[in-house]
Design a protein. Structure first.
Length: 329
């Protein structure tokens, strides 16, 4: 089968589209013929050796896929060859086939395209895990979503609204603010406007926000802590802004606040049943129209490097999908 393979962690240039042996599923695993794979900044960081733990070499990026079950290993029940699934992976998705744990595969309805489903496990189910399971977001609470025009921010808006929250979205520029509004954000703050704390104070009547969802890091994280209500929570979901922020502990102490590190791949491996339930909910809510995942760009496997470069540029306001077209591997 074809796969994008890096023999060293030296950035995108180290990737080569190569012919490799198709993997065989072990105990409790399935082989998926991949129809589509979703790409994320985590893939770019891993290729540059900036994500820990570092992946083993040779390395194929890709943490989330959708396709057809091609073969099952021993001790697998509930799945058969030909089943349509979306799955969390421990890397390996940029290929025509990949092995996944059977307990991390969710069935897909016939009407859902693989390209739509491939963008759900890492970002959307990850947002469900962070917001519902880790932060215990309750109906009526107010969520401040940073980086709201990006893929992770839009997913957080969708999930927060589904869970009954009020959403204040912080986005850069009019176009990204419009994307956030289309996904249901109740109020939009331009990140270049007056100090964030002043804007939030005006919108909340000085009450502050109950929860911050931050996939950005850097200055945005540092400024956002001043907007928290007493007893608030902060979800640190990544560093898309490129700088790891300083944590203002006095600000957290003054608000009796909780800081939550949301590392989706680690949570998925540690709590597979929770992760699978989150993915199944994300699939069901997409079918119902309660959430609206969008695709920002789509590339064939032969152009996967261009897809990763697009992710690296941080231009995407939705999922970046690579289609493999080998569902029947």
């Amino acid at each position: 089968m074809k796969a994008l393979v890096a023999q060293r962690l030296a950035g995108l240039d180290a990737l080569v589209l190569d012919e490799v042996a198709a993997p065989k599923p072990g105990t409790g695993e399935v082989l998926i013929g991949i129809g589509a794979v979703g790409l994320n900044l985590a893939d770019v960081a891993a290729l540059s050796g900036e994500r820990h733990p570092r992946p083993d070499l040779p390395f194929t990026p890709g943490l989330e896929v959708a396709g057809l079950v091609a073969a099952i290993g021993p001790d697998v029940s509930g799945l058969q060859p030909g089943d349509r699934v979306a799955a969390f992976l421990d890397w390996g998705g940029l290929a025509e086939g990949a092995v996944a744990r059977a307990d991390l595969c969710a069935r897909l309805p016939d009407g859902m395209a693989f390209s739509t489903a491939a963008g759900l496990p890492f970002t959307y189910a990850g947002a469900v895990i962070a917001l519902r399971e880790r932060a215990r977001l309750a109906p009526g609470e107010t969520v401040l979503v940073l980086g709201a025009g990006g893929h992770a921010g839009l997913a957080a808006i969708d999930i927060s609204k589904k869970l009954g929250a009020r959403v204040i979205a912080v986005a850069s520029g009019e176009s990204r603010g419009s994307e956030a509004a289309e996904h249901g954000a109740d109020e939009i703050i331009d990140s270049s406007a007056r100090p964030l704390s002043e804007s939030v104070t005006a919108l909340t009547g000085s009450a502050g926000v109950n929860l911050i969802y931050d996939p950005v890091g850097g200055d945005a994280f540092e400024m956002s802590l001043l907007t928290l209500a007493s007893g608030g929570r902060v979800i640190s979901a990544g560093f898309a802004g490129g700088r790891i922020p300083r944590v203002n502990l006095p600000a957290l102490h003054a608000r009796d606040a909780v800081l939550i590190a949301a590392n989706t791949p680690l949570t998925v491996q540690a709590h597979p049943a929770q992760a699978l339930a989150a993915l199944e909910d994300a699939i069901a809510w997409t079918v119902e129209g309660a959430i609206a995942p969008r695709i920002a760009a789509q590339f064939p496997l032969s152009d996967a490097k261009a897809a990763l470069d697009y992710v690296k540029s941080r231009r995407n306001t939705g999922a970046v999908i690579v289609t493999a077209g080998s569902e029947s591997l």
